[in-house]
Design a protein around this ligand. Structure first.
Ligand SMILES: Cc1ncc(COP(=O)(O)O)c(C=O)c1O
Length: 484
């Protein structure tokens, strides 16, 4: 640690304001003690004399409406593992809903963030034009942007703090750049919880009930997630549904953008039919409608590609990203073509205080390097296949006499995996998984989302399979007992 970063010593306080002298001189004779030692010492003494220690009841001090998948109180985490206060080690199959692309505390991400903290914590975008880290991130982003067909390159980037904020900005950009208002989305999609992004969200009513009126101008195309599982020609039906929205609800002259997740995350890891995405690309270009892909969850390697739209070989007009970009630091943003889109924005159209925080940007640079250097896209495909293969075997082994299986469907794109349940509820399986020291989350109507850090090894995947098999066995035998 450099001298300028050392904690202030009590002996160095001769220049300090008087109140600091007074505060410190009576409490310590140790001139090497730091200010925080002194302050903590005083606090501890005061506490131990006057107040008995009462553990904080978190349920009394946080809104109880926040959905908690488990009851873990964590103290530390590394890679795919989270340690609790009881010293239990949980295998993390959630990545904090797809955020921890390089796992918990990847040493290169930690180092980049620590170094950035010591160099410059904050470079506000209006006050400081750019930093070398910001330029480095843009160079890296330019290398990984999807780039198919004759579509203008995604070469201009605006950074914000979260996925929802990024979605809001994508819609603002589309409205201003086209001079039109309406937004077309798919039913079952999830785009965030702020007013604009919530207006575009329809995966569950619980995200928006009693909050209205929400942002206007949003129109929904019927997207039947169940039918995607069964109907290989679903793209044709979806095109008809979309065209019906254009003829009955939102004319092309009023439609600013179509916003969708190429693979719905919260909706149950459902890939939008590739032919529909190709059709949308043509239609949007013809009608001056911006095609926006929300890759907040599916991006940054989650589906085995940098971005999930690569499966369809379609480049959007605006790409929305967040979550996995910075391995846990709050960063999101949008990418679009400078000439075709960003140059149409009026002065001051975009902004925000914290967007593109220097520490998050440093973490993003390290994240992209780790994904590339450790071949995490290939790893996601390889380990994802091991997981689904194992789950299929468990399904066979635990088949009930009437031929029904524990899981009904699997959908796997890299380490973006859904397993739909049959007779057990996803809540019951997630609770059982916690007992076996796993962090699992739900998705879709009644399924689990398996989206571990992209660094998960084959060995860790086998640990998961062993533990989930125990859960499936227990829930299957309980269901047999309760139905007999
Ligand atoms: C596809 C998608 N869009 C937007 C969001 C909102 O992101 P945030 O929670 O960072 O606001 C999410 C969050 O889960 C998401 O999955």
């Amino acid at each position: 640690m450099s001298a300028s970063l050392s904690p202030i010593k009590v002996s160095e306080l001769s220049q300090a304001p008087k109140k600091w002298d007074e505060a410190t001189s009576s409490t310590t004779s140790d001139q090497n003690a730091t200010l925080s030692d002194v302050a903590l010492g005083e606090l501890a003494t005061a506490r131990s004399v006057e107040e008995p220690f009462v553990p904080l009841d978190i349920t009394r001090h946080t809104p109880q409406c926040i959905h908690k998948f488990n009851s873990i109180e964590a103290i530390s985490a590394s890679g795919c593992w989270v340690k609790s206060v009881e010293n239990r080690k949980y295998l993390d199959l959630s990545s904090g809903i797809g955020v921890l692309s390089t796992g918990h505390c990847h040493p290169r991400v930690v180092q980049a963030a620590q170094e950035q903290c010591a160099t410059m914590i904050f470079a506000q975008q209006n006050c400081i034009n750019t930093t070398s880290n910001h330029k480095d991130l843009i160079s890296r982003m330019l290398e990984i942007m999807p780039n198919f067909g004759t579509q203008p390159k995604l070469d201009s980037f605006f950074f914000v703090n979260s996925g929802a904020e990024a979605v809001e900005n994508a819609v603002k950009v589309a409205r201003m750049a086209t001079g039109k208002q309406n937004v077309i989305v798919l039913t079952g999609g999830y785009h965030g919880r702020t007013y604009g992004s919530m207006a575009c969200t329809s995966s569950k009513t619980s995200y928006r009930r009693c909050f209205g009126p929400v942002m206007g101008g949003v129109h929904f195309v019927d997207f039947d997630i169940d039918e995607v599982n069964h109907n290989p020609k679903y793209a044709e039906k979806l095109i008809k549904n979309f065209e019906r929205v254009l003829t009955q609800q939102s004319d092309t002259l009023e439609t600013a953008c179509v916003l969708l997740e190429p693979i719905l995350g919260e909706g149950g890891i459902v890939q939008v039919p590739l032919d529909f995405m190709k059709y949308l690309r043509r239609k949007c270009t013809d009608e001056n409608i911006m095609l926006i892909f929300d890759e907040v969850q599916s991006g940054f390697g989650r589906s085995g590609k940098w971005f999930a739209c690569e499966h369809a070989k379609v480049t959007p007009d605006i790409l929305v990203y967040a979550k996995g970009i910075a391995s846990g630091f709050p960063l999101g943003g949008i990418a679009a073509n400078q000439n075709a889109v960003m140059s149409k924005l009026l002065p001051n159209a975009l902004g925000g205080t914290f967007g593109g925080s220097a520490v998050a940007v440093a973490a993003a640079n390290a994240t992209i390097d780790v994904i590339r250097d450790e071949n995490l896209l290939e790893n996601a495909d390889r380990v994802g296949a091991i997981i689904v293969d194992g789950l299929k075997k468990i399904n066979e082994k635990t088949k009930r006499k009437d031929g029904t299986t524990f899981f009904t469907h699997f959908r796997q794109y890299g380490l973006f995996i859904a397993a739909d349940l049959n007779f057990a509820t996803s809540g019951a399986l997630i609770k059982r998984a916690e007992k076996k020291e796993m962090i699992l989350i739900g998705g879709g109507k009644n399924g689990i989302r398996i989206s571990p850090p992209l660094v998960m090894s084959a060995q860790e995947a086998y640990v998961f399979l062993e533990r989930i098999e125990e859960c499936v066995n227990e829930l299957t035998s309980e269901s047999v007992v309760s139905s007999s």
